[in-house]
Ligand binder design. Structure first.
Ligand SMILES: Nc1ncnc2c1ncn2[C@@H]1O[C@H](COP(=O)(O)OP(=O)(O)OP(=O)(O)O)[C@@H](O)[C@H]1O
Length: 251
């Protein structure tokens, strides 16, 4: 589904990501881990289109996308949950989820402003889709509540619902477990497992190694901008290069 081949990106002459290749198969959860500064966020932004690659190619569902703007990649079926994303205050949980769909409807600004019939129909479809997504992440009963009243774990679930509204083929998650406590982390992991069981393909970039190795079918390990291991969670956990990279970080 996703094929990243020999992608590089530097800042001020120093490579943050260098000649990185990885692939994500349909239905798979692929995790990307690595110590601080390994290049995880840079790689994420190269895949989503929020940063341009200097070298290499990225293909998604057979289309070459590395020259496409982020919104065009999104339209092809990539949905993103950013690490720093917040819920919109002053909006309900349902309205927050609906934001994920407004870019995908046919009704333009003019018909929205004039409340033309097509806009009203689209709006009904959006509400139904948002409710389906909220149901999927276990937030249906919160739909009419102000989103900023949700505990942080459920705000993260809401961000997932917003991404699901666009009916993605590939869900890209940037450090979804950051800032969550034990039981919130557990609930998020269960939710990701459920999404995977429903057939969604997921690329998960994460600091928390235990979180990734529990969820991922395959784990890619970055260090100093390069792939140092790519295999099953058990394989990468036992890899001497991976152990050395993390030990280097701890010392
Ligand atoms: N916009 C930028 N300008 C300059 N340097 C950058 C920029 N973005 C990243 N870097 C550098 O690239 C390297 C990789 O950073 P990146 O944030 O991708 O790593 P990371 O694995 O996500 O780290 P962390 O886990 O600490 O978030 C670092 O040395 C960082 O300082």
């Amino acid at each position: 589904m996703l094929e990243v081949t020999g992608v590089s990106r530097s800042f001020g002459g120093v490579y943050a990501v260098r000649d990185v290749s990885l692939s994500v198969a349909d239905g798979e959860v692929c995790g990307v881990i690595g110590p601080n500064g390994a290049g995880k966020s840079t790689l994420f932004n190269l895949i989503t289109g929020h940063l341009a690659a200097e070298h290499g190619r990225i293909s998604f569902l057979g289309h070459r996308v590395d020259r496409l703007a982020a919104h065009r990649r999104a339209r092809l079926g990539m949905s993103i949950v950013f690490q720093a994303a917040r819920v919109f205050r002053g909006m309900t949980v349902r309205e927050n989820a609906m934001v994920g769909l407004h870019g995908c409807t046919r009704a333009g600004f003019v018909s929205a402003a004039l409340r033309l019939p097509r806009h009203r129909r689209d709006e009904r479809e959006i509400v139904a889709e948002a409710d389906r997504a909220l149901n999927r992440v276990g937030l249906a009963e919160w739909a009419d509540q102000p989103a900023d009243l949700l505990p942080i774990g459920q705000q993260r679930a809401l961000q997932l619902a917003r991404a699901l509204c666009a009916r993605p083929r590939l869900l890209l998650l940037d450090e979804p477990a950051s800032g969550l406590r034990g039981n919130e982390r557990e609930r998020l992991a269960t939710l990701i497992e459920e999404l995977r069981a429903s057939g969604l393909t997921i690329l998960l970039i994460e600091h928390d190694v235990a979180f990734v190795t529990r969820l991922a079918d395959r784990v890619v390990v970055l260090d100093l901008g390069q792939v140092i291991a790519d295999g099953t969670p058990a394989e990468v956990r036992a890899d001497p290069l991976v152990l050395a990279a993390y030990l280097g970080q701890a010392s």
